[in-house]
Design a protein around this ligand. Sequence first.
Ligand code: NAD
Ligand code: UD1
Length: 336
Amino acid sequence: MKILVTGGTGFIGSHTCVKLLEAGHQVVIIDNLINSKKEIVAKIEILGKKSMEFYEGDIRDVNRLEEIFTHHNIDAVIHFAGLKSVGESVSMPLEYYDNNVNGTIQLLKVMKKFKCKKIVFSSSATVYGMNDNVPFEEDDPLSTTNPYGATKKMIEEIMQDLYVGDQDFAIALLRYFNPIGAHPSGLIGESPNGIPNNLLPYIAKVASGELEELSVFGDDYDTIDGTGVRDYIHIQDLAEGHIAALNYVQAQSGIEAFNLGTGEGYSVLQVIHAFEKASDQIVKYKVVPRRSGDIGSCYASTQKSKNILHWEAKLDLPTMCLDAWNYVQNGKKVNK
Ligand code: NAD
Ligand code: UD1
């Protein structure tokens, strides 16, 4: 199939594009490079052993999208493009609604115009909100606590309405839990700008000596050791989940949400210790008060994805930490 990947040079997009090329698909990327670099294109092609098309552009630019759909017979879209920082979304809500919600509407309009009606969308476990009733199942009630989460929930609702109006659409809403790790080659991975907000990139920077120490946000949750529990999933498994979702939308119309997680939760302290073992470094940390908006435990029920997508995560926490560390070390070699 010929697949348009929006946000294809980003963290999740790049790993998914490699899997798409490996699976024999043709890939066309549109990315405005707001949070990624053009060099990633060549790296994806090396790893996927095939070339692809890259368009620098914004999904809100309808002319650019129409140019792509005119030049390419796109069979399906995997839609990653969007802004993803919770904290930033609180201070810049209009940018988040415009980029994520408006961007998606423009994309869907062009898809409808060109009769391309298969889409896999990057949603997030954030749509389960402050609900602490783990494991989360796809039909649990949804709620949000910040503009980033609100954009994901809104886009899910827009896509539900789109399907009601046009039942030729085939839509998979993928609710990611906590993607970490990197491609085992160490060539692509997660490189957040500035000081990371998320746990794994922060730990990696402490282990490599770039940052002094990690702040552990709270040790008074009702969890195994009091620190927050999350469902960390290897980026390679997550990327595979997109191939499964693509097969699903290829086979039938409809709209379904799927959790992409491992179904297992690990605490912050467990992750720190796993990373120390993988890297053979000490990760210095101190416990500080809870981060506002955090919940104690968040992990997926994986039954629906197993049953319907025939997909499940296979890689364990030590492998996630090893691959993340390998990527950091590889980056150091390249930058010398
Ligand atoms: P990322 O920032 O690495 O990738 C997103 C890509 O989209 C970037 O390359 C960016 O340049 C591009 N982009 C942003 N706005 C665009 C626009 N208007 N037009 C064209 N390109 C645009 O993020 P990621 O971690 O790969 O996340 C991909 C998607 O998955 C996002 O929608 C994010 O909200 C969602 N998600 C991510 C996580 C996570 O932990 N990484 C968790 C849940 C959901
Ligand atoms: C965060 C976002 C979520 C988003 C997800 C993936 C918030 C409130 N939630 O989820 O919407 O979908 O990232 O991008 O921002 N932790 C520390 N110290 C740190 C960083 C994190 O102790 O420096 C803890 C957190 O309290 C949490 C765990 O580590 O218990 C994971 O945190 P993080 O990586 O930020 O992911 P989430 O909070 O799950």
